[in-house]
Ligand binder design. Structure first.
Ligand code: ADP
Ligand code: AMP
Length: 231
C-alpha cells in the first residue's frame, strides 16, 4: 500500500490561488489539496470538461476560451456553487483560477458565509510577466490524471508521457502564443484588481512564484499552516 502522505491537520476553509496564467496555480493547488486530502477545484479544468463533453455550458464557453477571454460570471458562478455544495467539500477545498473578477469574489464571500466556512485564505503567486511565456508555451498536461509538466523546466522522464500514469501529454489550445496575449490582458484588467481587494480584507499572502516549484510549495505550506485554525 502507498504511504499516506496527506497532511495530518484539517484545512477547514477555502484556499484561493491568485496569479496570472502560468504563475503556477494549478501546480501548487494540486499539491496542497493532495497534502490536506481536500478537493482541488480548477474552474479551467471544469470548463474544459464541459467543452469536451459538449454540454450546453461547454458549447457557450468554448469560443470564449479559445479567444483567451473570461467566461461570463453567471455561467461560472452556478458551476462553482454546485461543486462546493457537494459533501466532499465539507472540510475545505483549494480553488485554482477562481475567483477571477471582483463580482466572483463577492459572490464567493457570501456563499462561504452562507455555508458556515471560515474566511478564505488567499495566496497570491507574484511573478514578473516576462517569465510567463515559456511557462505557458512549454506546458503539457496529462490527458488522464491532469498532471502538469513543462517541456523546458519540468519535462517528463519519457517525452510525451506522464511519469505518474503513462497518460498522453497534450498542449492546451489556449497555450498557443496568439492566445496568451489576450489571456494576460484579461488577467491584468479583470483579475489583478483582486490582489488589492483581498489585501484590503486582510486575507492576502504574497509568495514569490519565480522560485522553484519545491520552494514555492514550501512557502505555500508555511503560510497556510501559520493561519490554520485562526479566524
Ligand atoms: P497556472 O495554473 O497558474 O496557469 P501551472 O501550474 O499550470 O500555472 O504552471 C504553468 C507552467 O509552468 C507549467 O508548465 C508548470 O510545469 C510550470 N511551472 C509551474 N510552477 C513553476 C515554477 N515554480 N518554476 C518553473 N516552472 C513552473
Ligand atoms: P485556466 O485553466 O485557469 O487557465 O482557465 C482557462 C480558461 O477558462 C480561461 O482563459 C477562461 O476562459 C476560463 N475560465 C477559467 N476560470 C474562469 C473563471 N473563474 N471565470 C471566467 N472564466 C474562467
Amino acid at each position: 500500500m502507498a504511504p499516506d502522505t496527506r497532511h495530518p491537520d484539517k484545512l477547514d476553509r477555502a484556499v484561493i490561488f491568485l496569479g496570472p496564467p502560468g504563475a503556477g496555480k494549478g501546480t501548487q493547488a494540486k499539491e496542497l489539496a493532495r497534502k490536506y486530502g481536500v478537493p482541488h477545484l480548477s474552474t479551467g479544468d471544469m470548463l474544459r470538461e464541459h467543452v469536451t463533453k459538449g454540454t450546453p455550458l461547454g458549447v457557450k464557453a468554448k469560443p470564449i476560451m479559445e479567444r483567451g477571454e473570461l467566461v461570463p460570471d453567471s455561467l461560472v458562478l452556478q458551476m462553482v456553487r454546485e461543486r462546493i455544495e457537494r459533501p466532499d467539500c465539507s472540510h475545505g477545498f483549494v480553488f485554482d483560477g477562481f475567483p477571477r473578477t471582483v463580482a466572483q469574489a463577492k459572490y464567493l464571500g457570501e456563499l462561504l458565509k452562507q455555508h458556515g466556512y471560515k474566511r478564505p485564505f488567499v495566496i497570491h503567486l507574484a511573478i514578473d510577466p516576462s517569465v510567463l511565456l515559456p511557462r505557458l508555451t512549454g506546458r503539457r498536461t496529462c490527458k488522464m490524471g491532469g498532471e502538469i509538466y513543462n517541456i523546458y523546466e519540468r519535462p517528463p522522464k519519457v517525452a510525451g508521457r506522464c511519469d505518474a500514469d503513462g497518460g498522453e501529454l497534450v498542449q492546451r489550445p489556449d497555450d498557443r502564443e496568439e492566445v496568451i496575449g489576450p489571456r494576460l490582458r484579461a488577467y491584468e484588467k479583470q483579475t489583478a484588481p483582486l490582489v488589492a481587494y483581498y489585501g484590503r480584507l486582510g486575507l492576502l499572502h504574497s509568495i514569490d512564484a519565480s522560485k522553484s516549484v519545491e520552494e514555492v510549495g514550501r512557502q505555500v505550506l508555511q503560510s497556510v499552516q501559520s493561519v490554520r485554525g485562526a479566524r
